[in-house]
Design a protein around this ligand. Structure first.
Ligand SMILES: NC(=O)C1=CN([C@@H]2O[C@H](COP(=O)(O)OP(=O)(O)OC[C@H]3O[C@@H](n4cnc5c(N)ncnc54)[C@H](O)[C@@H]3O)[C@@H](O)[C@H]2O)C=CC1
Ligand SMILES: CC(C)CC(=O)C(=O)O
Ligand SMILES: [Mg+2]
Length: 357
């Protein structure tokens, strides 16, 4: 199979983990006789430095012409600590999602058995947890009108959703629930927010077309609590952009670490595959970042964009085997991990490649 992949590594650990993700793609192509070609594109802080723009036009053009995108992360402390910055790396990521119509962000939360001890949640509440988040990605407060009043002493961001935006992501989530345990939890704040009341209304309407799916509605505050109290009660979780962003960082603790959660951003055009984490300034450049979220994002790309199920399963099995052999990056190490098994980003990448031989 011939495929063209654009690699947008971005900032901080985005560079480090995406290098491993790309190596896995290259190894899979070699092993299964596929012809994958690659191009690189700029985004975020790296793009601002080079062009003044967090999302250069060329990045959009290259992305639209590709079969899939492997994305790393954006972000730089310079902007995080400067509230008045006019351009920000994060605009690059929000911009590419909008430009490519990537309205559905699928975030699977699956605990590898070997990582039961890595989570801060007690193992007896975790075993068997398997959740698929559908986070809406191109609407909500991230894209609504925002601004300041004249003397800049008041600021606003608008939480806004249209029926159409809610309906299309809800349909995707219900379709997924039909292939899983047929349970769907929609998360909103309909007791307070008008946009959430529309959200709930539309989800209830879509639910009528899926009578086999057991639907529940939870408010975001309670959902955040239930996720940690009893993660196994959830199958598919459907929610908006902001709530999904927050809940899935929380859910990373079910899988052991932010470095374990992959995602697929899909919609109208080409799919973009990205770890859920950011550029992690605190560990960037130290060679210790966990690249498995990028590798698991590659598995999602092989499966969803290319339909290469065996290849995707081969990647998952390689990750599982590396973990079974006891290798860990330090974020997923626990008291039972011997120090010679705690590896850096490149070294665990090399173990994975060896596993794929
Ligand atoms: N998708 C993206 O590009 C995102 C970008 N950001 C940006 O990233 C920058 C840092 O933001 P934070 O709030 O610190 O979020 P973050 O996700 O970068 O890091 C949060 C915590 O998780 C750890 N972590 C994250 N990924 C890891 C990995 N692969 N291996 C080991 N540990 C990992 C970090 O060391 C940090 O302690 C900011 O500029 C922010 O705007 C934040 C979230 C998502
Ligand atoms: C720029 C942010 C919205 C990125 C983020 O935190 C995410 O998509 O999870
Ligand atoms: Mg986030």
């Amino acid at each position: 199979m011939k495929k063209h992949i654009v690699v947008i590594a971005g900032d901080g650990i985005g560079q480090e983990v995406t290098a491993v993700g790309k190596q896995v793609l290259e190894r899979i192509a070699e092993k299964f006789g596929h012809e994958f070609t690659y191009d690189e594109a700029l985004i975020g802080h790296a793009a601002i430095e080079a062009t003044g723009n967090p999302l250069p036009e060329e990045t959009i053009t290259k992305s639209k012409a590709s079969d899939a995108i492997l994305f790393g992360a954006v972000g730089h402390p310079k902007y995080d600590n400067d509230p008045s910055a006019k351009v920000r790396p994060e605009q690059g990521l929000l911009g590419i999602r909008k430009a490519l119509g990537l309205y559905a962000n699928l975030r699977p939360i699956k605990l590898f058995d070997e990582l039961l001890g890595a989570s801060s949640i007690k193992p007896e509440f975790l075993q068997g947890a398997d959740i698929l988040f559908f986070r809406e990605l191109t609407g909500d407060v991230y894209f609504g009108e925002k601004g300041r009043n004249e003397d800049r002493s008041t600021a606003y961001d608008t939480m806004i959703y249209s029926r159409y935006e809610i309906e299309r992501i809800a349909e995707k989530a219900f379709e997924a629930a039909m292939t899983r345990r047929k349970k769907l939890c929609s998360v909103d704040k309909a007791n307070v927010l008008e946009s959430s009341r529309l959200w709930r209304e539309v989800v209830q309407d879509v639910a009528k077309r899926y009578p086999d799916v057991e639907v529940e509605h939870q408010f975001i505050d309670a959902a955040a609590m239930l996720l940690i109290k009893d993660p196994r009660r959830f199958d598919v979780v459907l929610t908006g952009n902001l709530f999904g962003d927050i809940l899935t960082d929380e859910a990373s603790q079910i899988a052991g670490s932010m470095g374990m959660l992959a995602s697929a951003s899909v919609g109208d055009t080409v799919g973009l595959y990205e770890p859920i984490h950011g550029s992690a300034h605190d560990i960037a450049g130290k060679g210790v970042a966990n690249p498995l979220a990028s590798v698991l994002s590659v598995a999602l790309m092989l499966d969803i964009s290319f339909g290469l199920k065996t290849e995707a399963e081969t990647v998952l099995a390689a990750v599982d085997n590396v973990l079974k052999a006891g290798y860990r990056t330090r974020d997923i190490a626990d008291t039972n991990t011997s120090s010679d098994r705690i590896l850096g980003t490149e070294a665990i990448g090399a173990r994975l490649i060896a596993e794929l031989n």
